[in-house]
Design a protein around this ligand. Structure first.
Ligand code: G16
Length: 547
């Protein structure tokens, strides 16, 4: 494509999506995320980049999701999805950041520079799938995304309001039709079909009850569960849906997976029934945590670590029943994983476990290294990846094995079918969890009794520049500012079983602090002390955190 045809890139920008702010924006943990009013030019430009990416990938479809996931309503964001349904390749994040920050006058030249650098053949077709969450700012941003695609003569396809993992699924299916059909119906058919098939072999037993309350975070996930619910009779899964939005309640406010996990308090808007299992989704349906309150109204959280250990132990059991040693399973966590979960994985489950940096992209690529990789962040973001080798071994046993192993392999095949392998998916994960609880015949209380978490606390600190904090060792150690790690070490040393770290968030303009210790009071105090250290040494702004 000669440079003259890029003029439309500038024309669209100037006339429809001008850059009206000089605030620097960076492609972070999960794409660009900030106040929605600062994003229109960014999303338009990501439409351009998605077309270039599609052409570099020989015309395969790229995804664009308009969402700020767990963030509150005034924020929004955009993330790009690669052809296999995975997060954008990390090397391209620099192109994204560069393109998002140049002036309108430099946009045409910078677009050309990127095209040349990545050697995109601009004569090829380009296809971009666009989805959005329920935020009122999302339609406008989705339109900007489509304009970016059109400006470079790509073909946008808009899916309207869908969960983030649905969009990832559609992209994967469009590029690999053996995975499924790239429509919402295709998604339900695959995932719900597998659940129903599995439940035919796994009738309700023991202390498992198919009655489940769900907190939809007033976002898209809850809405989509209304469609899911229609497919089940009460014996298969009795869903009671709350926080579905639409009555003036705010997205993620006082509810949703992030609220439940971080504040360790129940979601509002849900009747309190002692020991009732409650599943809490986040705003775009890619995270899931469970909890229940006991007869003294104390909340008990079953987070991403619990989900990882539950799924991994069930898959391990099925592999044993398949009588195969050809398939190795591993778990991937981040520094936020509760120390007790890591100990349980190593000492009781005897499964290899690895710790990587926060961000699904890091967990996903680490999980690919195992035949079956189970990855979950403690915040409930995760899935299971099955290699072709694992799938081949399991389907061979399902076809040719002896009766016992054949039965186990058939169950495992359905479990694989139920998994959205592209990214963490609250709906798919919910069905996986319910399947395992049912297969084991256990209640939420019994699930909780598998191991005891160390008390922990997660807090936020506001600093002038969150990038003043640099980390290493999967974010468990600070390398800058000078003296901060030494101070954290001194604080941690005061508490038996204490552990703490600080890292800059990639989705909010803050520093996150995590601490765990033997008692809740100690974990709370340690977290507050580390917040003070961050505030003092890394340029805190506003009021100094209190102990
Ligand atoms: C996103 C990422 C997650 C990450 C979370 C918080 O989740 O996909 O991997 O754990 O942000 O990231 P940070 O601590 O860097 O702010 P979501 O559900 O908001 O898309």
């Amino acid at each position: 494509m000669p440079p003259s045809s890029l003029r439309v890139v500038y024309a669209f920008a100037r006339e429809m999506h001008p850059k009206t702010t000089d605030v620097f924006i960076q492609y972070g943990t999960a794409g660009f995320r900030t106040k929605a009013i600062l994003l229109e030019h960014v999303v338009y430009r990501m439409g351009l980049l998605a077309v270039i990416r599609s052409r570099v990938k020989n015309g395969r479809t790229i995804g664009m999701m308009i969402t700020a996931s767990h963030n509150l309503e005034p924020d929004n964001g955009v993330k790009l999805v690669d052809p296999d349904g995975e997060m954008l390749e990390e090397e391209w994040e620099a192109h994204a950041t560069k393109l998002a920050n140049v002036s309108d006058n430099d946009l045409e030249a910078t677009t050309m520079e990127i095209i040349q650098e990545v050697k995109a053949d601009m004569t090829l077709k380009a296809s971009v799938f666009i989805g959005m969450d329920t935020r009122y700012t999302s339609p406008r941003l989705a339109a900007a995304a489509a304009n970016g695609v059109i400006a470079l003569k790509g073909t946008p396809k808009e899916f309207g309001i869908v969960t983030t993992p649905m969009l990832h699924f559609f992209v994967k299916c469009r590029n690999d039709n053996s995975y499924g059909t790239p429509t919402e119906e295709g998604y339900y058919e695959k995932i719900i079909g597998a659940y129903k098939n599995m439940r035919k072999s796994l009738p309700t037993k023991g202390d498992y009850s198919p009655c489940l309350y769900v907190d939809g975070a007033n976002g898209v996930g809850g809405k989509k569960l209304k469609n899911v619910k229609k497919n089940f009779d009460e014996e298969e899964l009795e869903l009671h849906l709350f926080n579905l939005g639409g009555s003036g309640e705010k997205l993620n406010l006082g509810c949703g997976a992030d609220h439940v996990k971080v504040t360790q308090t129940p979601a509002k808007g849900i009747p309190s029934t002692p020991y009732q299992r409650i599943a809490s989704l986040d705003g775009d349906g890619d995270r899931l945590v469970y909890y229940y309150t006991d007869d003294k109204d104390k909340m008990h959280l079953l987070d991403g670590d619990r989900i990882a250990t539950l799924l991994a132990s069930y898959i391990t059991e099925l592999l044993q029943r398949c009588e195969t040693t050809e398939v190795q399973l591993g778990i991937v966590q981040t520094a936020y994983a509760n120390g007790a979960s890591t100990k349980y994985i190593t000492d009781t489950l005897k499964i290899p476990v690895q710790c990587v940096k926060t961000g699904v992209k890091h967990l996903h690529s680490a999980a690919h290294k195992y035949d079956i990789g189970v990855y979950f962040e403690a915040n409930g973001h995760g899935t299971v990846l099955y290699s072709s080798k694992a799938k081949n071994v399991i389907s061979r046993i399902a076809r040719e094995g002896d009766p016992e192993p054949r039965e186990a392999a058939k169950l495992l095949s359905q479990f694989i079918e139920m998994t959205n392998e592209t990214v963490g998916d609250a709906i798919s994960d919910l069905l996986l969890v319910e399947t395992v609880l049912c297969a084991r015949g256990i209640s939420a209380l019994q699930w909780m009794q598998l191991y005891t978490d160390l008390p922990c606390r997660q807090l936020k600190v506001t600093v002038a520049d969150r990038n003043a904090i640099q980390t290493t060792d999967a974010e468990r150690q600070c390398t800058s500012p000078e003296g901060l790690q030494q101070r954290i070490n001194e604080l941690v040393a005061k508490y038996p079983s204490g552990r703490a770290f600080a890292r800059p968030s990639g989705t909010e303009d803050i520093v996150r602090v995590y601490a765990e210790a033997e008692s809740q009071l100690e974990a709370d105090t340690l977290a507050a002390e580390v917040c003070q250290a961050v505030f003092d040494l890394a340029g805190g702004v506003g009021a100094r955190p209190e102990l």
